[in-house]
Write a protein of this length. Structure first.
Lengths: 289, 326, 406
C-alpha cells in the first residue's frame, strides 16, 4: 500500500516525535514512582514552560540556549510548589493531591490565558526549516536536535538516580517511604526534589518542542494522555521504561496514522494502553506489582 | 454510628428535596433555574461516581464513558429511529450501565486497582470519544441533534422549572437509593472492599461481584445525567459526551462535598457551582482571571477542609459542642 | 400602541432625569438622553476558542462605539446601545447559561456565538424568550434549519461556503487554463472539517477534478509529518486543507520542511490561511496560500479605517472583527427601523432587512429562513506578507497567483 520509503520515513518521524513523548513521560513517571501520585498539573506545567521559552525567545534568546536557565528555574519552581503548596495542602491524602494538582492546573492555565491571551503563537528559529537529508526523507533539524537532547537528558537522569547520593535517597523513598524516614532521609525534601526534577524535564521538553510546534494556554494537554500511556507501557515509575515506551508509542502512532488515518491512528495508542493495563499492568519494564 | 430508623435515614433527604423544590416558587428567574439545573446535572453525574469511588474506593478518571453513552443512546434512538424520548432516556441508562458492567468485568477481573484502574477508565473514555468522533452513525464530528419539538411527551419543556423538578427528582431518587444501599448488606460489602479488599475476600465477600455490581449502578446513574443533558440541550457531540470535562466534574463534586456520603455530591455541586458564579462576578473583564481565582480557592479549600465540606462542617460542629461542654 | 409609546416615553423621561442628575457635573454634556438599548454580546472569551471570541467581542464593541458616536438610535430619540458582555466559555452549557443571564438583564437582542455547538445551544435558549439572535460565524447548516424564528445568520453557512469554494475554484482553474486536475483533501475531524470534506468528495469529481486521497487529522494534532509524507507520495496538483489554526500552521511548515510543493494550496474556511499572525510568523510557508473564507470588503472605506484602528491597538484584524462589527450594525439598523427595543418588533425588522451598510463583500442583506442569502465567502491569497482578496473580481484588491510559480 505504501512504498518502503514512506514507511521508513514514518518510522523515523515517529521516533523523533517519540523522543518528546519520552521526555514528557520521564517527568511524569519520576513523580509517580516516588510520590505515587498522578500529577494533573503536568500538562499545565509543560504549557508554562513553553511560554517561558517563548518569552525568552522574544527577548532574543534561542530556546536551545534558554534551556540552560529554564531547567534550573523550573527545578526551583517545582521544588517550591511541592514543598510549600501540594505537600501541606494535601495532608498526605491521595485524593487531595489529585484535587490540589487539578486546582493548580486550572490556576496555571488561566493565569497564562490572562497574561498572554489565547492566541496560538509559534516562533521561527533560523534552523527551523533546515533539515537532515537522508535521500528519501528530510528530517527536520529542530526535531533531530530534540531527539539528541532527550538522549542526553535521559542519560544524565539515569546517572543521577543510579550513581549519586541524591539518587539513592530518591530510590529509597520510592521503595519504602517509612523505612527511608527511619534511616534519617528527609522525605518531604526528597519529594520536592523529585517534583523539581520532573518540572526541569518538562522545561527541557518545552524548549526542544517550541521550535517545531506552537504554544497557546492549552497546548500541554495534547501531551498528557500520551504521557500516561507511555508511563503505563514502560511501567509506572520506571525511567528507562518511559524512554523506550515514548519512542515506541511515537512509532506506533506514526504507523497507525499512516495506515488507519490520523484520527483513528490515535486509537492505536489507547488500545495498546488498555491492553497493557489489562494483561500486564506493571508495564513492559515495570518491576513493582 | 448505630443504624437509625427509616425516618431518620430517609427523612432528611425528603426534607431537603422538598425545600429545594420550592425554588421555582420563590424565584422565576431562569438564570438561577438554569444554573441550578446544571448544578443538579453535575450532582447526578457525581452521585454515580460516588457509588463506585466514594463507597467502593475505586477512583475512576473516565466516567465520561458512561455519561457519553447515556447521552448518545438517548439522542441517537430519537434522531435515527424516532423512538419516544422517555424510552430513549431509559435505554440510555441501560446502555450506560451495560458499558459499566463490561468495563468493570474487564478491569476488575485483571485485578486493576488504584491508579491503574483510574487510567484504564480514562483510556476507555478516550477510545469512545475517538470512535464517536469518527463514526458516521453518531453523526461523526458534527454530532447529533435531537429535533426541537417542545412538548411534554417529547421530554421537552418550555419551562425551565419543569426541567429543574425532573433533575431534582432524579437526584433525590438516587439519594434515596444510595441511602437504601448504605443500609443494605451490599452497601456493607462495598465499604468493606474500600477499607480492605483482601480482608473482605477472606471473610467470604465475593469482591469481584460486588465491584462489578457497584460499577454497573454507578454507570447507570451517570448515564442518566448524560441522557438528561441531551434532553436539556438537544445536542451532543463527541467532545461533550466523552470529553474529560465531565469525568473531572463527576469526581470533583463528591470529593469536595464529602466522599462516600449521601449528600456529598449535591453539596459539592452546589458549592462548586456557586463558587464559579461568584468568582465570575468578582473577577473583572480579563478572561481567565475568574477561573484562576476558582482554582486558587479550590486549592485553599482542600488545604483547610481536607475531608470535604461535610468534614469541615462536622469539625466545626464538634468544635462548637466541645466549646459548650463544661 | 399609543399607550405603549406613551409608557415608553414616560420611562425615558424618568431615566433621562436620572441621567441628568448624573451628568450635572459636566454641563456641556447635559441633554435629554433616551434610555439605552441593551444588546447582548456573546462570545467564547475563555477556553479553547478564546482567540476567536475575543476578536468577535472587539468587533461588536467597535461597532457599538461607532453607532453611539453617530448619535445612537435616532428613532428612539438618540438612544445609545449598551453592550452586555457574555462569556460562553467555549462550551454550549456556557453559552446557554449566558443567554439566560442576558435575557434576565433585559437585552433586546444577542449577537455572536462563534462556534457551531455554542450557536446551536444559544439560539435555542434565546428562542424561549423570542429573543432575536444574530449568529456571527457558526457555519453548521442546522443552526438555521431548525425553524427558530429568532435566529438570523449574517454570514454564509458551510454549504454556501463550500458551494462557493467549488464554483470559485472551477473559475480560477478555467481562467488559468486548467492546470489543476488531481486533489488531496486534508481536514480536521471535528464538526467543521468533516462535513466540508464529505461535500467536496462528492462534488469535485463532477467538476472535473480527481480526488486522489482524503486525509483526516485530529485536533489537536501533535505531528503532521505523516500527512505531509502522504501528500508527497500522492503528488497532487492541488491540496485542499480545512483545519484550525495550529494544525494548519504545522501542516504548512511540515510541507515546507519536506519540500512538498503542490501547484496550489486552496483552503476552505481555514483557521490560519486568513490569519495575519500566521502570515507574519511564517511568511515563506504562508506565501500564495489561498483561502475561501469570511473576509472584509477591502474596497470599503469604513473597513479600511477600522483595520487601521484595530492594528493601532496592537491586535489583528481577523474576520471575526469585521463580521461582528457588521452584525452589530445590522442589528442597530433593525432597531432603528423597528423604532423600538421590543424583541418581537426587532425580529420583524430583521426579517425584512435589506441592510447594505456593512463592511463585508456581500450584497444587501436578505434573510430567507434566517439565513442571509446575500452573504458570500471570498477567496483570499497570501501575497508577500499581506492577505489580499483575489476573487470575486468585484471585491478583489489583487490578482490571483494560480498556479503557484515553481
Amino acid at each position: 500500500m505504501f512504498s518502503p520509503e514512506i514507511v521508513t520515513a514514518a518510522v523515523l518521524n515517529g521516533l523523533l516525535t517519540g523522543a518528546v513523548y519520552a521526555l514528557v513521560s520521564v517527568a511524569l513517571t519520576l513523580v509517580y514512582g516516588v510520590l505515587h501520585i498522578i500529577n494533573f498539573a503536568h500538562g499545565a506545567t509543560l504549557t508554562a514552560a513553553m511560554f517561558a521559552a517563548y518569552v525568552a525567545w522574544q527577548a532574543g534568546i534561542d530556546p536551545l540556549v534558554a534551556v540552560i536557565g529554564l531547567a534550573p528555574l523550573f527545578f526551583v519552581l517545582g521544588y517550591a510548589v511541592q514543598r510549600w503548596i501540594i505537600g501541606p495542602a494535601s495532608h498526605g491524602e491521595d485524593r487531595n493531591i489529585l484535587l490540589v494538582t487539578l486546582g493548580l492546573s486550572i490556576v496555571i492555565e488561566n493565569v497564562l490565558l490572562a497574561t498572554f491571551r489565547s492566541d496560538t503563537r509559534s516562533i521561527d528559529v533560523p534552523y527551523g526549516f533546515s533539515s537532515v537529508d537522508l535521500g528519501f526523507v528530510f528530517l527536520p533539524m529542530p526535531r533531530v536536535i530534540a531527539f539528541g537532547i532527550t538522549c542526553v537528558v535521559a542519560l544524565l537522569l539515569w546517572i543521577l538516580l543510579a550513581r549519586t547520593d541524591a539518587g539513592k535517597a530518591i530510590r529509597a523513598v520510592a521503595k519504602d517511604k517509612l523505612g527511608a524516614a527511619l534511616v534519617g532521609i528527609d522525605v518531604p525534601h526528597v519529594y520536592a526534589v523529585t517534583f523539581g526534577l520532573g518540572a526541569a524535564c518538562l522545561a527541557v521538553a518545552a524548549c526542544v518542542l517550541l521550535p517545531s510546534y506552537f504554544v497557546n494556554p492549552r497546548v500541554g494537554n495534547a501531551y498528557v494522555l500520551v504521557a500516561f500511556t507511555v508511563v503505563v507501557l514502560g511501567g509506572m515509575g520506571s525511567v528507562p521504561g518511559a524512554v523506550i515506551g515514548g519512542l515506541f508509542i511515537g512509532i506506533v502512532e506514526s504507523l497507525s496514522g499512516l495506515y488507519f488515518g490520523e484520527s483513528l491512528g490515535q486509537l492505536g495508542i489507547f488500545l495498546i494502553f488498555i491492553l497493557v493495563l489489562l494483561v500486564r499492568p506493571t508495564g513492559l519494564f515495570g518491576a513493582r506489582a | 454510628m448505630s443504624r437509625s430508623g427509616p425516618v431518620a435515614a430517609y427523612g432528611p433527604i425528603l426534607a431537603v428535596a422538598l425545600l429545594l423544590a420550592m425554588l421555582p416558587v420563590a424565584t422565576s428567574a431562569n438564570t438561577i433555574l438554569n444554573s441550578m439545573v446544571m448544578a443538579l446535572l453535575i450532582a447526578l453525574a457525581g452521585q454515580g461516581w460516588n457509588i463506585l469511588g466514594g463507597y467502593g474506593g475505586q477512583f475512576s478518571f473516565g466516567h465520561a464513558v458512561f455519561f457519553g453513552t447515556g447521552a448518545y443512546v438517548t439522542a441517537l434512538l430519537q434522531a435515527r429511529f424516532g423512538v419516544n424520548a422517555y424510552v430513549a432516556f431509559a435505554a440510555g441508562i441501560a446502555a450506560g450501565a451495560m458499558v459499566g458492567t463490561i468495563l468493570g468485568y474487564l478491569s476488575f477481573r485483571s485485578g486493576l486497582r488504584g491508579s491503574y484502574f483510574a487510567l484504564v477508565t480514562l483510556a476507555f473514555a478516550e477510545v469512545f470519544r475517538i470512535l464517536a468522533n469518527a463514526t458516521a452513525f453518531t453523526g461523526g464530528a458534527a454530532g447529533t441533534l435531537v429535533k426541537l419539538d417542545v412538548r411534554p411527551e417529547n421530554f421537552q419543556f418550555s419551562s425551565r422549572a419543569v426541567f429543574f423538578w425532573i433533575a431534582l427528582g432524579l437526584v433525590t431518587a438516587v439519594m434515596l437509593g444510595v441511602r437504601f444501599m448504605e443500609r443494605s448488606r451490599f452497601g456493607a460489602w462495598l465499604v468493606a472492599v474500600r477499607e480492605n479488599e483482601d480482608a473482605a475476600r477472606a471473610l467470604g465477600v465475593d469482591t469481584l461481584k460486588v465491584k462489578i455490581q457497584a460499577i454497573t449502578l454507578s454507570a447507570g446513574v451517570t448515564a442518566a445525567a448524560g441522557g438528561f443533558y441531551v434532553q436539556y440541550f438537544l445536542f451532543i457531540d463527541a467532545n461533550l459526551a466523552y470529553g474529560t470535562w465531565i469525568s473531572i466534574e463527576a469526581l470533583l463534586v463528591p470529593i469536595v462535598g464529602g466522599l462516600g456520603t449521601v449528600f456529598g455530591p449535591l453539596i459539592g455541586a452546589v458549592a462548586l457551582h456557586g463558587l464559579a458564579e461568584a468568582t465570575k462576578a468578582i473577577a473583572g473583564r480579563i478572561p481567565g482571571i475568574d477561573l484562576a481565582l476558582y482554582g486558587s480557592l479550590l486549592v485553599l479549600a482542600i488545604a483547610f477542609a481536607p475531608n470535604g465540606l461535610q468534614g469541615l462542617m462536622a469539625k466545626i460542629g464538634r468544635g462548637l459542642s466541645f466549646g459548650r461542654a463544661p | 400602541m399609543t399607550t405603549h409609546r406613551f409608557g415608553t416615553t414616560r420611562r425615558q423621561v424618568l431615566l433621562a432625569g436620572a441621567g441628568l442628575a448624573g451628568t450635572l457635573g459636566m454641563p456641556g454634556l447635559v441633554r435629554a438622553q433616551a434610555a439605552a438599548v441593551k444588546v447582548g454580546v456573546l462570545q467564547p472569551l475563555t477556553g479553547a476558542l478564546a482567540q476567536d471570541g475575543q476578536a468577535g467581542q472587539l468587533g461588536a464593541e467597535l461597532a457599538i462605539k461607532a453607532i453611539n458616536a453617530a448619535g445612537g438610535i435616532k428613532s428612539l430619540g438618540g438612544a445609545k446601545i449598551e453592550a452586555v458582555m457574555g462569556d460562553a466559555r467555549s462550551t454550549p452549557e456556557g453559552g446557554t447559561a449566558e443567554v439566560e443571564r442576558l435575557a434576565a438583564e433585559n437585552v433586546s437582542a444577542i449577537v455572536g456565538g462563534f462556534a457551531s455547538p455554542i450557536c446551536l445551544a444559544a439560539t435555542q435558549a434565546a428562542s424561549r424568550y423570542d429573543l432575536p439572535y444574530i449568529v456571527d460565524v457558526g457555519v453548521n447548516d442546522q443552526i438555521v434549519s431548525r425553524g427558530l424564528k429568532n435566529t438570523f445568520r449574517f454570514a454564509p453557512g458551510s454549504s454556501m461556503v463550500s458551494g462557493q469554494a467549488l464554483d470559485n475554484l472551477v473559475k480560477l482553474n478555467d481562467a488559468a487554463g486548467k492546470p489543476m486536475k488531481t486533489v488531496v483533501l486534508v481536514h480536521e475531524d471535528g464538526l467543521f472539517g468533516s462535513g466540508l470534506a464529505k461535500l467536496l468528495q462528492a462534488e469535485l469529481p463532477k467538476r472535473g477534478f480527481e480526488v486522489i486521497d482524503t486525509i483526516a487529522h485530529p485536533t489537536p494534532a501533535r505531528d503532521m509529518s505523516n500527512v505531509a509524507l502522504q501528500i508527497k507520495a500522492k503528488n497532487p496538483d492541488l491540496v485542499i486543507p480545512s483545519s484550525y489554526y495550529g494544525e494548519f500552521v504545522l501542516l504548512a511548515r511540515t510541507m515546507q520542511q519536506q519540500r512538498v510543493k503542490p501547484k496550489g494550496i486552496y483552503a476552505v474556511l481555514n483557521g490560519a490561511a486568513s490569519n495575519y499572525r500566521f502570515v507574519k510568523e511564517f511568511p515563506e510557508a504562508a506565501q500564495f496560500v489561498i483561502d475561501t473564507n469570511h473576509w472584509y470588503d477591502p474596497r470599503n472605506a469604513t473597513a479600511i479605517a477600522l483595520k487601521k484602528e484595530v492594528e493601532a491597538q496592537g491586535k489583528f484584524f481577523l474576520y471575526n472583527v469585521a463580521l461582528n462589527y457588521s452584525a452589530m450594525l445590522l442589528l442597530a439598523d433593525a432597531i432603528e427601523r423597528a423604532g423600538s427595543a421590543d424583541r418581537a418588533k426587532i425580529i420583524a425588522a430583521l426579517e425584512t432587512s435589506t441592510f447594505g451598510g456593512h463592511i463585508m463583500p456581500y450584497g444587501p442583506t436578505k434573510f430567507v429562513n434566517g439565513q442571509n442569502t446575500g452573504a458570500a465567502a471570498v477567496n483570499t491569497q497570501v501575497q508577500n506578507g499581506d492577505i489580499k482578496v483575489i476573487f470575486p473580481e468585484a471585491f478583489s484588491d489583487a490578482k490571483a497567483v494560480f498556479p503557484v510559480p515553481a
